[in-house]
Ligand binder design. Structure first.
Ligand code: C2E
Ligand code: CA
Ligand code: CA
Length: 595
């Protein structure tokens, strides 16, 4: 509006300026003709007067010229070109007196065409209007664009508030909203699954967070393909997903858990390494296990906890039994706490033999818990419990002090004792203090690299293994030999192990078991051994149970062997006897030398 007003004002100024300039030119022409016309008037020669005005024909702008005597008589007239509408739109007329001998003898009246004035003004107005129109259009377009961008930003914001940006799944809030949504049929069942990737921490540590993200995206995509309309997939934390299913019954809900596992069974490639992630799944059925979202999530979480403690790749459905199991866990943790102050723990030692000359080259210390009422409790049961209850640090310290006592006995009997491997849990070292306490205790007990070796399970979340101040690097710096336990069950790549500068690799029992029947398993173990050797790592095979396995392991060049075939875990006095003995390997006819 303001621009339009401005345009009108400018057009008026332009018009006025042009008009003055035209009138001034017209005045000059009239002046000239008037000066020359005096002679024709004085001698009353109309022809001369007419000829004088005819000279105006060269000026296309002149519409009319009139030469009149002082009494108003027309002496000569010139008419210009026929006019169009704009010629006479504005009056452009000047008159000049014709003077002879100091006396006015007539008047010359010149009228000019206003075409130029009108058309210039119109052009100015048109161009101005176009400019204003353009500016208005541009501002309208940019306002429309800004409004569209604002709308998009708003939509994006609304999306982000309900979704996980990494995988595009819903987030926790959205899943809760789903669970709150009332069902059309109040009798209908729905299910909630919590899906937890096993050992994701170690994937991130081994391959980097970027590859970890890639794996999460693939997992999310595969889960998404299982869902129907009205179902919801959400990412709840780094490696935990939640799924709600709205249609089904108890049996279809159970089979859905198996479909989840099957969907993830296909390998995921990280570079040229194929990973087959497994998941633990906790499942709750609504409204049976939980009527509202909170109780449903609590039930599914409890079921997931159970699945986790049952081991990798487990599925658990929430049932009342879980509550009983939880009570049982709590009782056992309490018993564990009390046992730490008593003498219920002891160590067994499973010898490890060199594959080439069959000499006993070491042993693994395995912790035992003998409860006065419950009997023997497996470390596979109580170690995870101790980890979850924050008791594992104390247990770790207990192990090295028990080892010290047993060593004293053997040394007292004059035996030469090889280094003994102890198992460390990642949870044993929650902070700097716990690391310092452990190292200090080793010093205090005089257990140096010649007395003790370290085993770390591959599946444990030793996420900061590569960090300079990690317990592994600190032990390494003090010269302790580090073995990576259960190799093949986690996600470590051999180059990662090399970066960690592990000294030994313990090939998991599951590989050893398959070697006899399956030539490709044998090839795989052979490849592991070769690569380990290329990285200057020694290999120890775990769980050797048959002579066939022993032979196969020898053939592929494995350095050392451990398993029931050679020796079961032995109590300290029996292990002392082994140290003193020379014995024979079953079926091999080869002598085993004590160190
Ligand atoms: P692991 O470190 O893999 O220990 C080897 C396990 O395999 C032991 O079970 C051993 O008895 C068993 N084993 C040895 N040879 C054979 C065989 O030929 N066949 C079969 N089927 N099994 C064999 P164990 O003693 O029940 O220990 C289980 C796990 O508990 C250990 O697995 C280790 O992860 C953990 N553990 C044991 N002691 C300790 C400890 O002092 N501290 C920590 N943090 N964990 C421990
Ligand atoms: Ca071990
Ligand atoms: Ca092992």
């Amino acid at each position: 509006m303001a621009l339009s007003g401005m345009l009108v004002l400018l057009a008026f100024v332009q018009f006025h300026g042009l008009r003055i300039s035209i009138l001034s030119d017209l005045g000059s022409s009239a002046e000239l003709i008037a000066q020359n016309a005096s002679h024709a008037i004085v001698i009353e020669d109309d022809n001369e007067a007419q000829a004088l005005l005819a000279a105006l024909a060269s000026s296309r702008n002149i519409l009319q010229a009139r030469l009149e005597s002082t009494d108003g008589r027309l002496l000569a007239l010139y008419e210009g070109e026929p006019t169009n509408w704009s010629h006479n739109l504005v009056a452009l007329k000047v008159s000049r007196p014709v003077i002879a001998y100091g006396q006015a003898v007539g008047t010359l009246v010149l009228s000019a065409s206003s075409q130029k004035l009108v058309s210039w003004t119109l052009v100015f107005f048109g161009v101005g209007s176009l400019a204003i129109g353009g500016a208005w259009l541009a501002s309208w377009l940019s306002a429309a664009r800004a409004a569209k961008a604002a709308r998009k930003a708003q939509q994006r914001l609304a999306w982000v508030s309900r979704h996980d940006p990494l995988t595009g799944c819903a987030n926790r809030d959205e899943l809760r909203a789903h669970l709150r949504r009332p069902s059309a049929d109040p009798q209908a069942l729905s299910a909630l699954y919590l899906v937890d990737l096993d050992g994701f921490g170690i994937i991130n540590a081994a391959y980097g967070a970027h590859q970890g993200d890639v794996i999460l995206r693939v997992v999310a995509q595969r889960l998404q393909t299982l869902l129907g309309a009205g179902d919801c997939l959400a990412r709840l934390s780094a490696d935990e997903f939640g799924i709600t299913l709205t249609q089904g019954d108890e049996s279809s809900f159970s089979s859905f858990a198996r479909r989840i596992q099957a969907a993830l069974r296909e390998p995921i490639f990280v570079g040229d390494i194929a990973l087959k992630p497994t998941v633990c799944i906790g499942m709750a059925v609504l409204p049976v296990d939980g009527k509202d979202e909170d109780s449903a999530i609590r039930a599914a979480s409890a079921a997931l906890g159970m699945a986790r403690s049952a081991g990798k790749g487990s599925v658990c459905k929430y049932e009342e039994a879980h509550n009983r199991e939880l009570r049982e866990r709590a009782d056992l943790i309490e018993a564990l706490r009390q046992a730490l102050g008593k003498t219920e723990f002891y160590l067994q030692y499973q010898p490890i033999y060199k594959a080439n000359d069959q000499s006993l080259c070491g042993a693994e210390a395995l912790l035992r818990w003998q409860h006065p009422i419950r009997g023997a409790i497996s470390p596979e049961r109580f170690v995870p419990l101790a980890e979850s209850a924050g008791l594992i640090e104390e247990i770790g310290l207990k192990v090295i002090s028990l080892l010290k006592e047993d060593r004293q006995q053997w040394l007292g009997a004059g035996l030469k004792v090889p280094p003994i491997a102890v198992n460390l849990s990642a949870m044993q070292f929650p902070g700097e203090l716990s690391k310092a306490r452990f190292l200090q205790q080793l010093d205090l007990l005089g257990l140096g690299p010649g007395e003790l070796e370290i085993e770390l399970t591959e599946r444990a979340a030793f996420e900061d293994l590569e960090e300079q101040d990690s317990i592994v690097q600190q032990l390494k710096a003090r010269g302790y030999t580090i073995s990576l336990d259960d190799f093949g069950t986690g996600y470590s790549s051999l180059s990662y192990l090399h970066r960690l500068s592990c000294d030994k690799l313990k090939i998991d029992r599951s590989f050893v078991r398959r070697m006899e029947q399956n030539p490709s398993a044998q090839q795989l173990v052979k490849a592991i051994v070769e690569v380990a050797h290329a990285f200057q790592m020694q290999t120890v095979a775990e769980g050797v149970e048959t002579p066939g396995e022993l032979e196969a392991l020898r053939q592929v060049g494995c350095d050392a062997l451990q398993g029931y075939l050679l020796d079961r875990p032995l109590d300290a006095p029996t292990f002392g006897l082994r140290l003193a003995q020379v014995r024979r390997l079953p079926d091999s006819g080869l002598a085993i030398q004590a160190p």
